[in-house]
Design a protein around this ligand. Structure first.
Ligand SMILES: NC(=O)c1ccc[n+]([C@@H]2O[C@H](COP(=O)([O-])OP(=O)(O)OC[C@H]3O[C@@H](n4cnc5c(N)ncnc54)[C@H](OP(=O)(O)O)[C@@H]3O)[C@@H](O)[C@H]2O)c1
Length: 317
């Protein structure tokens, strides 16, 4: 369903504006990035769980369409709504969730992995043919994907798609519920970064990159822990982590907007960009994220979990 076509005040100038499709634009630093993109005159299509209840700063200024990443039928409907329209210049895959305990999602896979990785993987596959010839793709990952970062979030130990989708099959599974939820999150973010690297190899005509926004307090990410704990984390975590790893909503939003449309990121081939202090740096991701064979296996196994064919994945063949 698209409500955007009805409520979006679309003007003639939007026909020429850079066209950006974005998930995770309704809250956190993604909302800040979306506001900046709109202010800069970009034509934004926003995939939102509730497109009729957009934040006031976006209402009437973006083309909002229904998208619930927990349901793959919704991902397919959203992608189908983009067909037959003018080419997309950038696809920004920023939505994400963090749970307080691993859960089974609507598609019977572990929910964190399904929403953060599998749904975006499917969306990327479906939207990729609709991108402009030199279009770009930005996937939001996280520094928590790298054990060497030493973040408070339990790091990944593998990128085995089947084990991440079905933790009860994973012989390395964490026993502590809290650590298992943290690891599900960091592993899903590792999958985002590995997907960016593999997408760059499979779609050499596109500019593809992944993004680590640093630790960004006061977003909605910790909402599964409740308001009090989430607020406490926003106050305490910046004191516990390395100073240059803590960011702010405006800073991480500004860098995400830049990755989506600045010319200097027009020729990326799977690079990983990370917020360090007030700068956005191109860095090597973790050892596992740099393992080309593991990236390839994650891609193929994700396609298999989604019931996609070997070629033209996402077409349900
Ligand atoms: N905050 C941090 O410290 C941090 C650090 C590293 C990486 N990240 C990553 O940055 C991204 C944005 O996080 P944030 O901190 O800004 O969190 P946030 O405020 O909770 O924003 C998350 C966004 O994802 C959307 N979303 C969640 N589940 C969805 C679903 N099932 N279908 C469609 N959209 C869904 C939310 O939509 P609703 O408005 O409908 O909830 C919201 O727009 C995430 O990918 C996160 O993993 C965050």
């Amino acid at each position: 369903m698209s409500v955007g076509r009805g409520i979006w005040n679309r003007g003639r100038e939007e026909d020429d504006a850079m066209r950006i499709v974005m998930t995770g634009a309704t809250a956190g630093f993604g909302l800040d990035a979306a506001e900046r993109l709109v202010e800069a005159g970009r034509a934004l299509v926003v995939g939102a769980r509730n497109p009729r209840a957009l934040p006031p700063s976006l209402a009437g200024r973006v083309d909002a369409r229904a998208l619930d990443l927990d349901r793959f039928a919704s991902v397919r409907e959203f992608a189908a709504s983009l067909e037959g329209e003018r080419p997309i210049d950038a696809l920004v895959l920023n939505a994400g969730l963090q749970l307080s305990r691993p859960e089974t999602g609507a598609e019977s896979f572990e929910r964190t992995f399904a929403v953060n990785h599998l749904a975006h993987f499917l969306l990327l596959d479906l939207v990729q043919p609709l991108l402009a010839p030199s279009g770009r793709v930005v996937l939001t990952g996280s520094g928590t994907h790298d054990p060497e970062e030493g973040t408070p979030v339990t790091p990944p130990v593998h990128a085995n798609a089947e084990w991440l989708a079905f933790p009860d099959r994973d012989p390395t599974a964490e026993r502590s519920v809290r650590k298992a939820a943290f690891r599900a999150y960091s592993s899903s973010k590792l999958a985002n970064i590995m997907t960016a690297r593999e997408a760059a190899r499979r779609y050499p005509h596109l500019s593809v990159m992944s993004y680590d926004p640093g630790y960004v307090p006061w977003t909605g990410l910790g909402r599964a822990n409740g308001r009090v704990l989430s607020a406490l984390a926003s106050m305490v975590v910046p004191l516990l982590i390395k100073k240059d790893r803590s960011s702010t909503i405006p800073r991480s939003g500004a860098f995400l907007a830049a990755l989506a449309c600045d010319d200097r990121y027009a020729a990326c081939r799977g690079e990983y960009f990370s917020v360090r202090g007030t700068e956005l740096k191109k860095l090597d991701p973790s050892v596992l994220a740099r393992d080309d064979e593991a990236c390839r296996a994650l891609w193929d196994d994700s396609a298999r979990l989604l019931g996609m064919g070997r070629t033209g994945i996402g077409r349900g063949e």
